[in-house]
Design a protein around this ligand. Structure first.
Ligand code: ATP
Ligand code: MG
Length: 186
């Protein structure tokens, strides 16, 4: 709880040091997901990885972006019942006349109702899945993820029809660093 509050306070006051180095999302996602496979197996969940071959690098803070992935994947692993499926994937997209690189965490869990969706990113909000699974937590995870993504000029989206078993998908989109085209003058 204290770590979460300190993190939010640093982000609120723009005191969080955010480095902007070129990063390959596929590498961050591949390494992080590999670390979490034992946890998924211990919960009898299938964790799969689907990497897009064609995504551009982004600029950002490796530790903070890994924290966003950790928040989303921890939720998926916590709130999806035994026997479920969690998939982490990367994607390229074109939106608002620019290229974006992103990652998604999708699960086959209980889903999130339309009413709850409007509160998800509020600080200290804990929903039905947290209550029913009796998972301890603070309700700060998604609020922190949202702050980190917006400090990277990115977007975070969620999709769920709220039907149990149809699951939830969170997507994080970050502005891509498009490689300069070298045009041969001849
Ligand atoms: P913590 O801050 O310790 O992570 P938390 O998981 O309750 O606690 P958030 O990560 O901010 O807090 O999530 C807020 C609420 O959103 C959760 O309590 C849960 O009800 C709901 N939620 C988040 N992810 C999922 C998911 N993948 N499936 C179903 N419900 C979810
Ligand atoms: Mg959480």
């Amino acid at each position: 709880l204290i770590e979460g509050l300190l993190m939010l306070s640093r982000l609120d006051q723009d005191r969080a040091e955010i480095s902007r180095i070129p990063l390959e999302l596929n590498k961050i996602v591949r390494d992080y997901v590999a670390d979490r496979i034992p946890l998924a197996e211990s919960r009898k969940l299938t964790l799969t990885l689907n990497l897009a071959p064609d995504i551009c690098p982004i600029k950002g803070d490796h530790g903070l972006l890994e924290q966003v992935l950790s928040i989303l994947l921890t939720n998926a692993l916590n709130y999806t019942p035994e026997g479920g499926l969690v998939t982490v994937s990367t994607h390229a997209n074109k939106y608002n006349a620019r290229l974006w690189s992103g990652f998604c965490v999708a699960d086959s869990g209980p889903g999130i109702s339309a009413e709850e969706q409007s509160h998800l990113f509020e600080r200290f909000y804990r929903g039905k899945a947290a209550r029913e699974s009796k998972t301890p937590g603070t309700g700060l995870g998604l609020a922190i993820a949202m702050e980190i993504v917006s400090r990277h000029q990115g977007r975070i989206e969620m999709q769920s029809d709220g039907i149990t078993g149809h699951g939830t998908q969170f997507s994080v989109w970050l502005p891509a660093e498009v490689p300069l085209m070298v045009v041969n003058p001849l």
